[in-house]
Design a protein around this ligand. Structure first.
Ligand code: TYM
Length: 342
């Protein structure tokens, strides 16, 4: 890897030949339907990287328990997320898709990692501070320990590349610090994981200000009914200084225009239409709805098929977890040995 270890990697096909075959890992919470922020910021890279690296993807239900406490809901969302990832292009012949809790060795590694992790590192994590504010009635210990579990997720499989959106940068940095602390104390054991970003590391929500996120209620959902997607796109905040239809628009600050970059090759023309006021925000939004629906049509069809065949989805997940067993048990054996647990 030619990049310094601390900097994120931007994936481009040209890198592929230069890199040794390394392992890649990422996780996604089953916290609701995936939105285009998840896809543009991370899932597109999951799909791209499965062709180039040994790739492992987890639906992180242990992490989701820090906010979701309804067992049936969690079960349903876990299967929905698996179907969504398969529909969006994960191929079980090329990568391993599994449910985090189905490989329980990760909880042991997490505990071992807590013993090299100062509490102060966890208390300063931005997501912990956010959650403390967002769910003050439920500041559970899992929220604090969340990044330790995330570090364990990645390095249980000795993965070094982690495709994520930029909102995960602090977690990734913490994973690296935990790994460094472990390696310093017990000797070189784990690679320091490195983030891999797409060309859209932060996708803004329909409010045009905050990152797109289920918890902010500002998402465009990939598998929602077409009318719902239309409603979500129509509600998008555009260039707030473009008051009249005849005012020139500023595509660089308009989130609708920004999203067009990812749903067609002609975005320069669309931007020009906005700049010259040849087109209005309503036209540009209508076109975006069409483009999003067209882009995701095959995935939406595949998703419906998979949801109609839960056995197929469950089988992929079971096989995935089973395939990982030897790696997980070997890592735990090595770590136990190094820490004096046998
Ligand atoms: P989660 O479930 O919140 O999000 C899944 C992935 O989607 C990316 N993402 C975005 N990217 C760009 N713009 C957005 N608006 C946007 N919203 C979400 C996230 O960055 C993420 O890559 N803590 C993780 C799950 C996790 C994990 C791991 C990730 C657990 N263990 C190990 C990597 C490695 C999370 O909550 O992601």
């Amino acid at each position: 890897m030619s990049e310094p270890a601390a900097s994120p990697v931007h994936s481009s096909p040209a890198d592929a030949a230069a890199l040794p075959r390394v392992r890649c890992f990422s996780g996604i919470q089953p916290s609701g339907a995936p939105h285009i922020g998840n896809d543009l910021g991370a899932i597109r890279n999951y799909v791209a990287l499965q062709d180039r690296y040994e790739s492992i993807y987890a639906i992180v239900d242990f992490h989701a328990l820090t906010s979701t406490h309804d067992a049936d809901l969690l079960r349903r969302r876990t299967r929905e997320m698996a179907a969504a990832l398969l529909a969006l292009g994960l191929d079980p012949a090329k990568c391993t898709l599994f449910v985090q809790s189905h490989r329980p060795e990760v909880t042991e590694l997490m505990w071992l990692f807590t013993t090299v992790t100062p509490v102060s590192w966890l208390e300063r994590t931005p997501t912990y501070k956010e959650k403390r504010e967002n769910q003050p009635e439920d500041v559970n210990h899992g929220l604090l320990t969340y990044p330790v579990l995330q570090a364990a997720d990645i390095v249980l499989y000795k993965a070094s590349l982690v495709p994520v959106g930029r909102d995960q940068a602090a977690h990734l940095e913490l994973s690296r610090e935990i790994v460094r602390a472990f390696n310093n104390r017990y000797g070189p054991t784990f690679p320091e994981p490195q983030a891999v970003y797409t060309e859209a590391p932060v996708v803004l929500g329909t409010d045009g200000v905050r990152k797109m996120s289920k918890s902010m209620g500002n998402t465009i959902e990939i598998f929602a009914p077409a009318d719902e997607i239309r409603r979500q796109v129509t509600s998008m905040v555009t260039d707030t200084e473009r008051i009249k239809r005849t005012d020139p628009g500023r595509p660089e600050v308009c989130n609708v225009c920004q999203l067009h970059r990812f749903f067609g090759d002609d975005y320069a023309e669309i931007w020009d239409g906005e700049r010259t006021a040849r087109t209005g925000c309503v036209d540009t939004k209508k076109l975006l709805v069409e483009r999003i629906l067209r882009h995701y049509a095959p995935a939406r069809e595949r998703y419906a098929e998979l949801m109609a065949s839960p056995v197929t989805v469950d089988r992929v997940l079971e096989e995935g977890a089973e395939r990982l067993r030897p790696i997980a048990t070997a890592t735990i054996a090595e770590v136990r040995e190094k820490m004096g647990l046998r």
